[in-house]
Design a protein. Structure first.
Length: 208
């Protein structure tokens, strides 16, 4: 009978994810990783493929769970409501806690793109798959909004989806440096809405 591992695999991945999310791949050395996960080096390399292997597993776990939570809301409600809910939840999660001076870790995927570029094929595959998913979800929400009358029909859904992805990743990068995005939700709604709400009209009139 095969010997059962003396560790909780899910807990190990969760601890590794937290470490890499906060510090990046290069910011976590093997000694720190074994201390955080309570793995010995033999288990780290034998069961997870070492530091790089467990990084891949942690990044995929993030894409399949934490990041995927954002996509669920895009599938329900009017198209515009779904998009605004997506960005509202992102703003909340990325908010800086000024009382504790706790700067957000931002988005693990965006952080990894900035740190590693296209240098790792396994990372590329995980990130490309995630961005394909989020692009489809946003484009579907835009198309649904154009069908239900909540989103302007003169917009190209694929192009606007790309713009929204870039906007969300910019929010994440700003959060890493403690910068907030006041007025962003109103600006997005003003740009996308077929019929601007009174609140957005009031904001845009003050800015003019």
């Amino acid at each position: 009978m095969a010997r059962q591992p003396a560790y909780d695999r899910d807990a190990v991945i969760s601890e590794a994810l937290s470490s890499f999310w906060a510090r990046g791949f290069c910011g976590v050395d093997v000694d720190a990783l074994t201390r955080r996960t309570r793995l010995n080096r033999h288990s780290l390399y034998g069961a997870f493929g070492g530091k790089r292997g467990i990084f891949h597993i942690a990044l995929e776990s993030y894409a399949d769970t934490i990041a995927a939570e954002f996509l669920e809301g895009l599938a329900s409600g009017t198209g515009l409501d779904a998009i605004m809910r997506y960005f509202g939840e992102a703003s909340t999660r990325l908010a800086v806690d000024g009382e504790r001076a706790n700067v957000s870790n931002g988005c693990f995927i965006a952080n990894t793109v900035i740190e590693m570029g296209r240098s790792d094929d396994a990372v590329n595959a995980i990130i490309d798959h995630y961005y394909d998913r989020i692009h489809r979800a946003l484009a579907d929400a835009i198309g649904r909004g154009q069908g239900d009358g909540s989103v302007r029909t003169d917009l190209d859904s694929d192009q606007i989806a790309q713009l929204l992805i870039a906007t969300s990743q910019g929010m994440s990068l700003g959060a890493r440096f403690g910068r907030t995005t006041p007025g962003l939700l109103a600006a997005l709604q003003a740009a996308l809405a077929a019929v601007p709400t009174q609140a957005v009209q009031a904001i845009t009139s003050r800015e003019n």
